[in-house]
Design a protein around this ligand. Structure first.
Ligand code: GLV
Ligand code: GLV
Length: 322
């Protein structure tokens, strides 16, 4: 039997798996993100053999040293930019994530944002609730069509490809993509065209969706200069990580008609938003919920638990990240 620490309450299914595997599980009883001091205190209060952490927990050498016996930190997320991988390597700690299970959910959510901004759904809802509707009018809240338009993806991983497939086959959009590597398989699968640069995608696409991981090289991938390359009629969607888009520059671009609209699920300094963003009508903003379906969050709980169970049994967990 091993001791597992879980940094915040997550769906029960994974916790049950850990217990069924014979492990003792302690779940933080704070209804919120543990501060660094709280996390250090919790981890050093017992001798834990494994930690299940969240994307809101910054994990570095200091945190790992507080649980010296825990040689696995299983992240409850596909993204793992909250974890210092070099520190983990130095401390001999295995890091895992939860890829795959959330792909379809995030794709569906991304499509929801695309439809929300191009059809102005959320804006129209606010309009109704504010009592502004005075009857049908030919030019009331005009949106844009998707069929025949160009959809651009930046980052053709599982999620990027899934969204491209939905927009191509569900809505008849033409798809172009940029990635650090060209994928002929993808091009055959969904009949899309590769572009050599981010800039080409930005210049050509009517809707651009970002699906890159957060790395030093992708921070502010979308900045003022690149926003200015987009069509004034274009929309930008971000369900990846906030710092990939320069949020202050985005507010300016939305305010000044540099681009038409945006759908944003992630922010540079969560939970804070850039000044002015919330005042704009041409942006749909959601609180980092792209993977938040009942089904998926339970599956993520099970995958994170399974990674720990395998590791503690002396096997290589299925989702090791390096
Ligand atoms: C959510 O943002 C995740 O990375 O799983
Ligand atoms: C996430 O699962 C991705 O690779 O896009």
């Amino acid at each position: 039997m091993a001791k597992v620490y879980v940094t915040r309450k997550i769906p029960e299914s994974g916790i049950n798996l850990l217990r069924e595997a014979g492990h003792e599980v302690k779940v933080s009883d704070k209804d919120g993100v543990l501060t660094k001091e709280e996390l250090l205190a919790e981890l050093s209060s017992e001798s834990y053999d494994a930690v299940l952490c969240l994307l809101t927990d910054p994990i570095n050498a200091e945190i790992m040293a507080a649980a010296p016996q825990a040689k696995i930190f299983a992240n409850y997320a596909v993204g793992f930019n909250n974890i210092n991988l070099a520190d983990a390597k130095a401390a001999g700690v295995t890091i895992t994530n939860t890829p795959g299970v959330l792909t379809d959910t995030v794709c569906e959510f991304t499509v929801a944002l695309i439809l929300s901004v191009t059809k102005r759904v959320v804006e129209a809802d606010r309009f109704m609730r504010a009592g502004h509707y005075e009857g049908w009018a030919p030019e009331l809240l005009l949106g844009n069509d998707l069929k025949g338009k160009t959809f651009g993806i930046l980052g053709a991983g599982r999620i990027g490809c899934g969204v491209a497939n939905a927009m191509k086959n569900g809505f008849g959009m033409r798809v172009i993509y940029y990635d650090i590597t060209r994928s002929e398989t993808l091009e055959k699968q969904i009949d899309c065209e590769f572009r050599e640069t981010v800039e080409e995608v930005l210049q050509e696409a009517d809707v651009v969706s970002v699906h890159v991981p957060l790395l030093d090289s992708t921070k502010h991938l979308i900045n003022a200069e690149r926003l200015a390359m987009m069509k004034p009629s274009a929309s930008l969607i971000n369900t990846s990580r906030g710092p990939v888009v320069d949020e202050v520059a985005l507010v300016e671009a939305l305010k000044n008609g540099i681009i038409r609209s945006a759908g944003i699920d992630v922010f540079e300094n969560e939970p804070v938003m850039a000044t002015g963003l919330a005042e704009l009508d041409n942006v749909t903003i959601t609180p980092h919920i792209a993977s938040a379906s009942e089904e998926t969050r339970s599956k993520m709980s099970e995958i994170a638990a399974q990674n720990i169970i395998e590791f503690l049994a002396g096997r290589v967990p299925p989702n090791v990240v390096e």
